[in-house]
Design a protein around this ligand. Structure first.
Ligand code: BGC
Length: 877
């Protein structure tokens, strides 16, 4: 009789798991989880593994090459292990399985469920497609009305396998035979298009058939040439004309391959272009659609004889890159919580949640009736409040076709940050479900959860998650609503650790980091936002601390949280270039006290129009970050085996620390800026000699108390201040800071009804009016970066080795909390900590994944170590 296996190999992933089709590397790294089926068996630990690779030919039943085996590879590693087989060739599809051995038993585990992966177009020469756009003239100074492109496709035999490789200069959606290809939106997303243009590969086998077919596409301005940037922005950021890049490859059952690609067209039945029902579209301003103009253009045989021809455009195929992470999709729908009639008599829907997305409407009425939707994050005096959107009109318009059974519509190429929608022109009465908000963002896998006995903190945490969702829209943006939405480097630098706990953003962020490296100036300057676009923000970019440090600190976070040493290697030159630049700028003094610095941006004491006028000196911030990045880089060099660099940057970091102390630590034990952020930086970045550290912690706790436990940090200290208190033994002060409700504080926002985290501590003032500052958003993630401390120090779940291969379980809950728990899908499997108070002590349960050990450090309890499994602890005091 066979025993039920006690360990199975699950969750096999290639690279970061998504996408599986159109992988951009010939040697995808593999990861898996060894999962116990019941209680973890004593003594099981992976000591070897075997990878089995089976080719998957296009034709079902075709003769298969034999399965390849790596043989037994002696290694305990299961996260991002090197591809052991022959490199994949372009389009190659394989089925991969893994099994593993433990030294305590002779037999390996059963092989995992198969993972099917397929390489994309790995060589520039694989591309025959050339970008095409409509052959008509357009005004380069205006938005362009989106176009439709189409052509018929004849397939002389049944289809075995079909792929559509799709990209655009602009935004596109493809259709085959009247059906949408894929469910991703805002494709191909936003990369530094000059250097890297992303494509995705779609399995379109089921959308095609023998005989006549048609391929169609919608094409819009998007980031490529639409108006983008603040103060009116710029157009034509990457080129004056949009174009579609599509390569349809169909393997027929008779062994032939048909390739239909965009490109020069002599065939009169080839590519044609026309205007469609989308009459205007802009990421900021919204979209207008006239349903009376809709035509079934992606059906075979559609009469396009009146359509225009196409023009071709240039694109170096070597700049086409496969996606590193998931596409932007609709991830959830939110129904309106209330239909309001405003004091001026307008109809406003309240969705109860601020989010990034757009609405879908279902409407019935007569042809030509026009419904208008204006979006906003807040109301003021009961009316829609749009000043904070600046020039983004955020208005969608739908003109009805008058279909007797009703009609349904959602815009395609725009996105809004909103909670409220003002509806005008609705025919008849608005019914429940007629208008639904659809949240859109990069469809990342959720990996982290937190909950506790304080509902206000739960709401804060939920707000952090919603601000992440709203701003992880293909790139990490600052905000989703106003005319900005840029990949601000400082914001993600402080939020990276929180993001990496909540969602698996390894692929998303490593793809974006490739753009950071691509956009870095030859002298090492990191732009303030990536992709870099010319705007009024310091163009050409000048180096600034906190923001530029993303080049070192974010790759480090990805290694720490996901065990990805590959990203350290890929970003190494970029990281070094940054620290080397700062070293030159600081000169022999080792103090970076020159140039443009935003410092502790948005310190609540700074006047609304002067967000950089913080209590902490901006050059103190810059030098602190210099020391921290130099030391972090030394650690990266160590991981990469770059010993000389490791020694050099270790020494540099020591010199900067000494210079920091000489310059900023005063004789009375204080810092030159006697402010929360200054102490937070000095403590968490470990800049002070051991004998001054405790005094710094005490002073920080004093300042927090003197401020009435209100937060007094901007972007440079917000993610550090609670940690600094915890690390110097002031747990109660950290907790008091977290749970304060007066303005400014995290829970002030919650008490004002926030459903996302705000840009300013007081984006909404206590009297309910919107902060008069020019830049005021209700959906920025940076101030939510406290959540990483909440996960590590309130719940007590932290990584102690790259990829959480060791856990640190160290809850330091404040007295007011009765219970808390956190759960995280680590690369090794699910880890969890959950505690509740009993008497003066704690009852704690900890789940440790197989292959992982945990250090248990509970208050009033000797530090211990445990292996995989569920562990129960009780402390007395
Ligand atoms: C953005 C920020 C950014 C800052 C820096 C703002 O407009 O929204 O979040 O980091 O500018 O200047």
């Amino acid at each position: 009789m066979r025993h039920r296996p006690d360990v199975v190999i699950t969750d096999l992933r290639a690279e970061h798991g998504d996408p599986r089709l159109g992988l951009g590397t010939a040697r995808p790294r593999l990861s898996w989880i060894a999962r116990p089926t019941a209680a973890p068996p004593d003594g099981w630990r992976q000591s070897a593994y075997e990878v089995l690779v089976e080719p998957v030919p296009a034709l079902v039943g075709a003769e298969r090459a034999p399965t390849w085996s790596s043989g037994r590879i002696g290694s305990g590693d299961s996260v991002l292990v090197p591809w052991p087989a022959q490199p994949l060739s372009s389009r190659e599809r394989v089925r991969v399985r893994v099994r593993a051995w433990s030294p305590d038993r002779p037999e390996p585990t059963a092989a995992s469920a198969p993972l099917e992966i397929e390489a994309g177009l790995l060589q520039a020469s694989d591309w025959v497609a050339v970008p095409i756009g409509p052959d008509w003239d357009e005004d380069p100074g205006a938005d362009h009305r989106p176009a439709l492109l189409r052509r018929d496709v004849h397939l002389p035999a049944p289809v075995a396998r079909a792929r559509l490789h799709l990209s655009a200069h602009g935004l596109c959606e493809a259709e085959l035979n009247g059906r949408r290809v894929g469910d991703d939106v805002l494709a191909p997303g936003w990369t530094s298009y000059h250097h890297r243009l992303r494509y995705r590969t779609h399995d379109v086998t089921a959308l095609l058939h023998e005989g006549d077919n048609a391929l169609g596409a919608w094409l819009a301005d998007g980031w490529y040439r639409g108006r983008y940037g603040t103060h009116g922005g710029n157009r034509n950021l990457y080129g004056e004309r949009t174009a579609l890049l599509a390569q349809l490859e169909v393997d027929l059952t008779d062994g032939r391959r048909v390739v239909v690609a965009t490109g020069p067209e002599q065939d009169p039945r080839g590519w044609r272009a026309a205007h469609g029902p989308v009459t205007a579209s802009s990421l900021y301003d919204g979209e207008s659609y006239d349903a009376r103009l809709a035509v079934p253009f992606s059906l075979a045989g559609f009469d396009d004889s009146g359509w225009a021809g196409v023009r071709t455009y240039e694109r170096d195929p070597a700049t086409l890159v496969a996606a590193d992470g998931p596409a932007v999709r609709c991830t959830r729908e939110v129904l309106p919580q209330a239909v309001l009639t405003t004091p001026s008599g307008r109809t406003v829907l309240d969705f109860g949640q601020n989010l990034a997305g757009r609405v879908r409407l279902r409407v019935r009425g007569s042809a030509g009736e026009r419904v208008q939707l204006r979006h906003a994050e807040v109301l003021q005096d009961g009316e829609l409040y749009t000043r904070t959107l600046q020039t983004a009109a955020a208005t969608d318009t739908y003109v009805l076709a008058g279909a007797p059974g009703g009609e349904e519509w959602e815009p395609r190429f725009t996105l809004h940050g909103f909670r409220y929608v003002e509806v005008t022109g609705w025919p008849g009465r608005l019914h429940e479900g007629d208008v639904v908000a659809r949240a859109h963002h990069s469809d990342l896998r959720r990996t982290g959860w937190f909950t506790c006995s304080d509902e206000r903190l739960n709401r804060l945490h939920e707000n952090v998650v919603w601000s992440m969702r709203s701003n992880f829209v293909d790139i990490p943006t600052d905000c989703p609503q106003r005319d900005e939405r840029l990949g601000w480097t400082g914001d993600i630098q402080v939020f990276g650790p929180t993001a990496s706990f909540l969602y698996d953003c390894a692929g998303f962020l490593s793809g974006w980091l490739a753009d950071v490296a691509a956009e870095q100036l030859p002298d090492g300057t990191v732009p303030w936002y990536v992709p870099m676009i010319p705007a009024e923000f310091w163009d050409p970019p000048q180096p600034g601390a906190v923001w530029g440090d993303v080049a070192v600190l974010l790759p480090h976070v990805l290694h720490e949280r996901y065990g990805d040493a590959g990203v350290l290697r890929r970003q190494y030159d970029s990281a070094r270039a940054w620290v080397d630049l700062v070293e030159r700028l600081a000169g022999p003094s080792r103090l970076w006290n020159t140039g443009l610095q935003l410092g502790d941006w948005l310190d609540p004491a700074a006047p609304p129009e002067e967000p950089a006028a913080a209590r902490t000196d901006r050059y103190l911030v810059a030098t602190a970050y210099f020391a921290h990045s130099a030391r972090t880089l030394a650690g990266i060099a160590q991981v990469l085996g770059e010993q000389e660099d490791a020694a050099r940057y270790t020494d540099l970091a020591r010199q900067v620390r000494e210079a920091f102390v000489a310059e900023h630590a005063t004789a009375d034990g204080r810092l030159s800026s006697d402010a929360q952020t200054a102490y937070a930086l000095a403590i968490v970045f470990d800049l002070l000699p051991a004998d001054r550290r405790a005094a710094a912690g005490t002073r920080l706790a004093e300042l927090v108390a003197a401020d009435g436990h209100r937060v007094a940090t901007g972007f440079a200290g917000v993610n550090l201040v609670a940690d600094a208190l915890t690390r110097t033994g002031h747990d109660e002060a950290a907790y008091a800071l977290l749970t304060e409700t007066g303005c400014p504080s995290w829970l002030y926002q919650v008490s004002m009804g926030a459903t996302t985290t705000w840009e300013r501590w007081d984006s909404m003032l206590p009297d309910g009016t919107v902060n008069p500052g020019h830049m005021t958003s209700f959906n920025h993630y940076a101030l939510g970066s406290i959540a990483d401390w909440v996960h590590r120090s309130v719940a007590g779940l932290a990584p102690a080795a790259p990829g959480y291969r060791r856990l640190l379980v160290r809850p330091r809950p404040g007295r007011g909390l009765a219970s808390a728990s956190a759960r995280h899908e680590t690369p090794y499997g699910p880890a969890a900590v959950s505690w509740r108070r009993r008497g003066g002590g704690l009852v704690v349960d900890v789940d440790v994944p197989l292959g992982v050990t945990a250090t248990i450090d509970l208050p009033g309890h000797p530090v211990g170590h445990v292996g995989a499994g569920r562990h129960h602890f009780e402390t007395e005091s």
